[in-house]
Design a protein. Structure first.
Length: 357
C-alpha cells in the first residue's frame, strides 16, 4: 500500500523521537501504521496488544517484531522465578470462599454500618485489586474502594476504616504471593508482582496499542524502560476507566504527537456525522472518510434491529429478557462464556441437580 501523508509523518517522527504519541481515530489504520514504523528499523521491537487474539493476529503481520500481551510477559517471568502452580497463577476465589478461608466476622464500623463476612471479604479483595491496577509499591488507604455506605461516615471514622481495610488488604496480598497459600494471585496479581520486580524489557523499542486504556501499573513499567516508546490509540474509545485505566497519550509528557484522521472503514457521509459528535466532546481534528467507499446513513425504520452496548453481564441479561418479552430475537455478541455457565447452573439448580463445580 502507499502510505498516507499522516502515516509518513508518523514514520518520520518515530525515527527522531524517544517518545511518539499517535492519536488514531476509528479505522484509521493503527496496526498498518505500526507496521510501517517497524519496517524502518532493524532493531528489536515489541508490540504490546490488548488481548491474546490481537497479539496472535498481529504476529502474522509483523516480521521482525515480537507481538505479545503484557500478561504473557508477566506470566513467563513469574513462572521462571517462582514456584507457582497454574492454579495459583490464574485461579479465582469468590468473596464467600475468601471470607471462609480468612475466618472473617462481621465488620462493625459504626452503630448503623456493619459489613457481613462476605461484604468484608469483598472490601479487602477490591482493595487488593485496585492496588494491583495501580503504579504504587504498597497497599495504602487510597486503594480502598469508594463504597457509598462508608463514604458518609464522619472524616475521622472514615480515615480509620480505610486504614484498617488497607492493613488487612496488605496481609491478604502477602498471602496471595506466598507459594504455599491456597489464595490465588489471579491475572492482575501476577502482573503486579512482575511490575514490582522492576523488569527490564530486552527491546530497543515498544509499540503500545490501545494506549487509551492503559493499566497504570503497565504505564509505570513502560515509563521506566530505556527504549523508545510509541503509544497509539483513540481517546474517544476509552472504555476501561472504571478499572482505573489511563490514557497513556495524555499521561506521558513530552515527545512527538502525530494523528491518523482518515478512516478506511467508511465513506465521507458517516465520517462527517461522526466528526459532529466528536466536536461536541471537544475534538478539534476532523475525521475523514475513505474516498474509495460510499456510505449511506439511512433513516430509522420501524422494527429495525437495535444495538445495545452493555458493560456488565447483568445489563446483558436485562436487555435480553426485555427483548424476549417484546417478541424479538436477541443476539449476544462476545464474552458469553460466563453468561452461558450461569444459565446452565441456574437450570441445574431448578431441576434439583448440583451446579457444575
Amino acid at each position: 500500500m502507499t502510505p498516507t501523508d499522516e502515516q509518513r509523518a508518523a514514520t518520520e517522527a518515530f525515527q527522531h523521537n524517544r517518545l511518539l504519541k499517535i492519536t488514531a481515530f476509528a479505522g484509521a489504520g493503527k496496526t498498518t501504521t505500526l507496521q510501517l514504523l517497524a519496517e524502518t528499523s532493524s532493531e528489536r521491537g515489541l508490540y504490546l496488544a490488548f488481548n491474546r487474539q490481537i497479539a496472535v493476529h498481529a504476529q502474522k503481520r509483523f516480521k521482525t517484531v515480537d507481538c505479545r500481551t503484557t500478561h504473557s510477559l508477566a506470566w513467563r517471568a513469574i513462572q521462571a522465578k517462582r514456584d507457582y502452580s497454574v492454579e495459583k497463577m490464574q485461579g479465582k476465589m469468590s468473596p464467600a470462599a475468601l471470607a471462609d478461608l480468612l475466618k472473617l466476622e462481621d465488620f462493625k464500623i459504626s452503630a448503623n454500618v456493619t459489613f457481613t463476612p462476605i461484604q468484608h471479604a469483598h472490601l479487602l479483595a477490591r482493595t487488593v485489586a485496585r492496588f494491583c491496577q495501580s503504579a504504587d509499591d504498597e497497599v495504602c488507604p487510597g486503594h480502598v474502594p469508594h463504597y457509598q455506605r462508608i463514604e458518609k461516615l464522619p472524616p475521622a471514622l472514615l480515615a480509620s476504616t480505610r486504614q484498617y481495610a488497607a492493613e488487612r488488604a496488605a496481609d491478604l496480598w502477602n498471602r496471595m504471593t506466598h507459594p504455599e497459600d491456597p489464595i490465588a494471585l489471579g491475572h492482575d496479581g501476577y502482573l503486579k508482582l512482575w511490575a514490582l520486580g522492576k523488569p527490564r524489557l530486552p527491546f530497543d523499542y515498544v509499540l503500545l496499542d490501545e494506549a487509551q486504556d492503559t493499566n497504570p501499573v503497565i504505564l509505570e513499567t513502560l515509563r521506566a524502560q530505556d527504549c523508545r516508546l510509541v503509544v497509539v490509540g483513540d481517546p474517544w474509545q476509552m472504555i476501561y476507566e472504571f478499572r482505573n485505566a489511563l490514557n497513556a497519550m495524555k499521561a506521558l509528557k513530552g515527545g512527538a504527537n502525530t494523528y491518523l484522521t482518515q478512516s478506511f472503514r467508511f465513506g465521507d457521509a458517516l465520517a462527517s456525522e461522526a466528526s459532529k459528535v466528536l466536536s461536541t466532546l471537544g475534538e478539534r481534528k476532523t475525521l475523514r472518510g475513505n474516498p474509495a467507499l460510499t456510505t449511506e446513513i439511512l433513516p430509522e425504520e420501524e422494527g429495525a434491529p437495535d444495538c445495545v452496548l452493555a458493560r456488565t453481564n447483568a445489563s446483558v441479561m436485562a436487555e435480553t429478557i426485555a427483548a424476549l418479552a417484546a417478541g424479538k430475537s436477541p443476539y449476544i455478541l462476545g464474552g458469553t462464556f460466563d453468561l452461558k455457565r450461569m444459565l446452565i447452573d441456574v437450570t441445574a439448580l431448578k431441576s434439583g441437580r448440583a451446579a457444575i463445580p
